[in-house]
Design a protein around this ligand. Structure first.
Ligand code: ADP
Length: 491
């Protein structure tokens, strides 16, 4: 068996094309709308190899994993080889063209190629794992001269059609894990769940370190390393592995529960602290404000201009502090426990927000556009406050143009995604996370007044509903605030 040496040693400093790359391709892709289990930095004895098994039930599932995998390869300059049947090939090419990939250039240059199982696996007429491993060794060696790495998508329909024993095929699959490790190669095998018998599927799961199933990428704890899978004491090893996995899983669940309880407790304590602090600060602040006023009224004639100016500064500082304390109190009160979830019509909510913000809208000549918005299960009061904060900001953070604000909702299957976009001054993209923190104002000072709590309130509301909130913006070209609310009041 010929395996080329590890790249990155010697004259080539390229990073090894590894599992992280494949995970990233799926995680960042808009086609693959699922979850990707992160790689734990430590504390795992799972073997990470560059070998995924996609077990699919629909052609959409097959495409949504294959497309980003290949597209990332083409972007990186990898040699991408696809061994899939004609229909799957047409689907993949069509989908890549639809998302703007220049497949014709990639095909012409050889960066992307399609091979039949005969050209790949059955070159000598029959399937032989030793030959395949040698063949891949050669392909990898050729590839690294010209390309960044090798990326293979391997359909497996042919295994059922040809005279291939499952033992040989699975032996080959197990050996791919050793073969692709530490060389610039990564592979995704694709299995149609309905075509393979269940005992074979069990072994397919055992031989692949990373599984993609139902748009979820898992580091597979049923994985059995090749030396064990192919070795004589397979069952013994597997029992040890199964029992250890069970113990680890139980330990991890207990630990998670413990952490969640501690988090809940510390969250409650924090909330209580914010509430008590803001509530108890109101009284001394009231004293400061009223004695300042008394001082101003009673000693007006004796104060010179400078002293009056100092008192003005102190009064406006106290006023600002009162606003902040009031907002902090509102923030600490906005807990999940008091929320009342009901059917809420968002179009009605927006009508109400327009009425509440009438003065701000009239003064700025703002235009607020929306079509009919969905009805969903939510806390109406919190949702109204959320829209009110976002729209009020969209009006406030504006240059000389009249504000033009659009609100729309997109059905994302299990959740609604709302977007509130404006044509305002925008936000530096480096700060689009920061603005959701308490007391965080980017455009403070005299130009725009605010306490920096509005978006923190929005974030708390959205999280009370089990959703997410984020902003996208380009300075000078406006901002869009997105938030999601799961359907069915999932929180
Ligand atoms: P506040 O408006 O009281 O300062 P927020 O929490 O509502 O507090 O907003 C935090 C910061 O985010 C604001 O100070 C502003 O800098 C920025 N921001 C919020 N909404 C927008 C928007 N639509 N356009 C530009 N900047 C915004």
């Amino acid at each position: 068996m010929k395996i080329p040496g590890r790249l990155g040693q010697g004259d080539d400093d390229r990073e090894i094309l590894g599992i992280e790359s494949g995970l990233e391709a799926l995680q960042l892709s808009s086609e693959f709308q699922g979850v990707v289990e992160p790689i734990e930095e430590q504390g795992t004895d799972h073997d990470f190899c560059e070998h995924f098994a996609l077990i699919y039930e629909t052609e959409e599932e097959r495409l949504s994993s294959g497309l980003p995998f290949i597209r990332q390869g083409l972007e990186r300059g990898d040699r991408c080889i696809s061994v899939i049947d004609k229909d799957a090939r047409e689907d993949l090419l069509g989908a890549m063209r639809d998302v703007g990939v220049d497949v014709d250039t990639a095909l012409e240059s050889g960066t992307l190629s399609f091979k039949s199982p005969r050209e790949m696996y059955l070159q000598s007429g029959s399937f032989d794992p030793d030959e395949m491993v040698d063949f891949y060794g050669d392909v990898i060696e050729d590839t690294v001269e010209e390309f960044e790495g090798l990326r293979v998508i391997a359909g497996t329909e042919w295994v059922l059609d040809e005279d291939v024993t499952m033992e040989k095929f699975l032996e080959y699959e197990a050996r791919v894990n050793t073969l692709f490790r530490e060389v610039n190669a990564i592979g995704m095998c694709q299995y149609d769940r309905s075509s393979f018998p269940s005992d074979v599927l069990c072994d397919i799961i055992r031989t692949h370190p990373h599984l993609i199933y139902k748009n979820t990428v898992c580091h597979n704890f049923y994985y059995v390393p090749p030396e064990e899978f192919l070795g004589p004491e397979h069952s013994d090893h597997e029992i040890n592995r199964m029992v250890r996995t069970l113990l680890d899983r139980t330990e991890a669940r207990v630990e998670l529960q413990r952490t969640m309880n501690a988090l809940r407790e510390s969250n409650n304590r924090l909330q209580e602290f914010a509430h008590i602090a803001s509530h108890d600060l109101q009284e001394p602040l009231r004293m400061v404000s009223s004695y300042l006023q008394l001082l101003e009224n009673r000693y007006q004639d004796e104060l010179d201009e400078e002293a009056e100016e100092f008192i003005d500064f102190a009064v406006s500082g106290a006023d600002r502090m009162r606003d902040m304390i009031d907002d902090l109190l509102a923030y600490s009160r906005l807990g999940n426990r008091d929320a009342t979830f009901d059917q809420v019509d968002c179009t009605g909510i927006l009508e109400q927000v327009r009425i509440d913000l009438r003065m701000q809208i009239d003064e700025s000549d703002a235009e607020i556009l929306y079509d009919s918005l969905p009805t969903l299960v939510a806390d109406g009061t919190q949702l109204e406050l959320l829209f009110q904060n976002l729209i009020s900001n969209a009006i406030k953070y504006q240059d000389e143009r009249p504000p033009r604000i659009e609100v729309d909702a997109t059905n994302r299957g299990d959740r609604w995604e709302f977007a509130v976009s404006d044509n305002g001054i925008g936000i530096d993209p480096d700060n689009t996370d920061k603005i959701f923190q308490v007391f965080e104002s980017l455009h403070g000072g005299d130009e725009f007044s605010g306490t920096g709590i509005g978006l923190a309130l929005c974030q708390k509301t959205v999280s009370n509903h089990g959703g997410e909130i984020w902003a996208e913006s380009e300075p000078g070209a406006g901002s869009t605030f997105y938030f999601t609310i799961p359907k069915g009041g999932d929180r």
